[in-house]
Design a protein around this ligand. Structure first.
Ligand code: GLC
Length: 497
């Protein structure tokens, strides 16, 4: 293939190695789809201690080599493994450094800036040593945002990196990686100074890595079209909207897909009974299994609403907590929640669970088998997010025949169309104003529709037939990679040069 691209995907998380959120799913699945289109894709992540060498067949690839950090040279090594995509292999390179990555967690350390800047620098120096030059580096979120910054500054005239284009994907603008001036020295870009933009005075004396990704990347995208529009407004821009508006000619929205092999009720070994859109009996068995697991009465006619989410405002947990009492008092419905997060929500949910033991089950945990039991067993799936760049759970829920109830924002607006009982169109239930009454009314509409077995079955069958695979989105990423290569020459010059 003539236009076969070499693409290096750099990120802090990747399924199946290390995951805290949807970023890991995307980095696990997109490369497979790109490989399917014939491109040479490789992925780089840090080697955290949780990634066991034997289990994941890690092999040494590159011995210790010096990586500049601050005014020092610190050794890194690369180990390699691969993930399979059909008959193909996708190489995965992991950056090793005992001090930085041999820790229990992934983030939330005081030296996170150093840890991720080191990771980024080590992978760039590592591929140089390997002699593998990508056409495009695809960076994700603040942890890797220093790379576009470097490509336009310290590596700009470097013969190895001169022609490498860079795409920067924003998964969540709420986490920007904001640090002090020292980080510029650590990253070796202090001579270029702070980012100065007349409308973002708050950036004048901090280092906001996300902002740097946006400022320096050849092409920027976020994970749904609606979120790409939303973040241009102050309400969603998290302080970076002026900068995003400046770069809107390079800003795109590309909806994530889901890994349809990994999430398939017809082959899922973790659920009580497999099923598909032509054999829905299995779904009833899964519902009964979920009710058992949640210690709720095994009533087939009672709608079960599921929720799997970080217990935070972003996910609309405040709305859920506000409407639980009236909903459970007035309706024969069960609610199964899985997640961890803010303490106040833990407390509130414990209190509510004590009051409604036959209707509310809460698992203060987050794990794959439980999630699958919920997707397969609940009738409706709740996602009233305040903000949702894309959201993957609603797509998984649809594939498992759980009908989503969502707030129409970001990717939720792009994937869930409100059910219209008149025409029978739609694939879920959606509302717009961020308020508990609107959520309540929407749940009641869903409960009402659930009573009509034929109507509900039609909704389920339609939901399960929708295509949220990566195929279409991977093609759009290839377009972005090509565009990045075209526009890179008129990208902004360094701040002071
Ligand atoms: C972040 C966003 C979520 C998105 C995911 C993957 O976690 O909050 O909406 O689906 O990234 O892009």
């Amino acid at each position: 293939m003539n236009d076969r691209l070499a693409v290096l995907v750099v990120a802090a998380e990747m399924v199946p190695f290390a995951k805290t959120g949807g970023l890991a799913d995307v980095v696990g699945a997109l490369p497979k789809a790109l490989r399917g289109l014939g491109h040479d894709v490789r992925v780089a992540i840090p080697h955290y201690s949780r990634i066991a060498s034997e289990r994941f067949h890690l092999e040494p690839l590159l011995g210790p080599f010096p990586v500049p950090l601050d005014d020092q040279l610190i050794d890194a090594a690369l180990v390699a493994t691969h993930v399979t995509a059909g008959d193909d292999h996708i190489p995965v390179y992991m950056v090793e450094n005992e001090y930085f990555y041999q820790r229990d967690g992934i983030y939330m350390y005081e030296d996170d800036a150093d840890r991720f800047i080191f990771f980024c620098r080590a992978i760039l120096e590592g591929i140089r040593q390997l002699g593998w030059r990508p056409d495009v580096i695809h960076c994700h979120d603040w942890q890797t945002a220093i790379i576009p910054n470097w490509l336009k500054t310290i590596y700009r005239t470097d013969p190895f990196f001169r022609d490498v284009a860079c795409v920067y994907t924003i998964h969540n603008l709420a986490y920007q990686g904001v640090f002090g001036h020292r980080v510029l020295e650590i990253a070796g870009v202090d001579e270029y100074g702070f980012l100065a933009h007349p409308d973002t005075p708050h950036l004048n004396d901090v280092v906001d890595l996300m902002a740097r990704g946006i400022h320096f990347a050849d092409v920027i995208n976020t994970v749904s079209e609606t979120y790409a529009d939303e973040i241009l407004q102050p309400e969603f821009g998290e302080g970076l909207d002026p900068m995003l508006r400046d770069r809107r000619d390079r800003l795109y929205g590309v909806l994530n897909g889901i890994d349809t092999e990994l999430y398939d009720p017809a082959t899922d070994g973790a659920i009580a009974m497999r099923y598909d859109r032509n054999r829905l009996e299995g779904r009833l068995a899964c519902k009964a299994a979920l009710q058992q697991l949640a210690r709720l009465p095994e009533h087939r006619a009672t709608p079960v609403i599921g929720s799997i989410a970080r217990l935070s405002d972003q996910k609309g947990v405040d709305l859920i907590c506000q409407m639980i009492d009236p909903l459970l008092r007035n309706h024969e419905v069960q609610l199964v929640i899985s997640g961890t997060g803010e303490q106040r929500y833990h407390e509130r949910l414990i209190e509510l669970r004590a009051r409604f033991p036959r209707q509310l089950a809460v698992f203060f945990t987050f794990n794959a088998p439980l999630s699958r039991a919920i997707y397969a067993g609940c009738d409706m799936f709740l996602m009233p997010s305040r903000r949702e760049p894309c959201g993957l759970s609603q797509m998984v829920a649809l594939r498992y025949g759980a009908i989503p109830i969502v707030r129409a924002t970001g990717g939720l607006a792009d994937t869930v169309r409100d059910f219209d009982p008149g025409t029978g169109e739609g694939n879920g239930f959606a509302f717009t104003p961020y308020d508990a009454m609107a959520l309540y009314a929407t749940i009641v509409r869903a409960i009402e529709a659930f009573r009509y077995r034929g109507v509900w079955q039609q909704l389920m069958v339609r939901a399960m037939g929708l295509d949220y695979s990566w195929a279409a989105s991977a093609r759009r990423y290839v377009d972005l990679y090509q565009r990045a290569r075209t526009v890179r020459n008129d990208a902004p010059t360094p701040l002071r040069d």
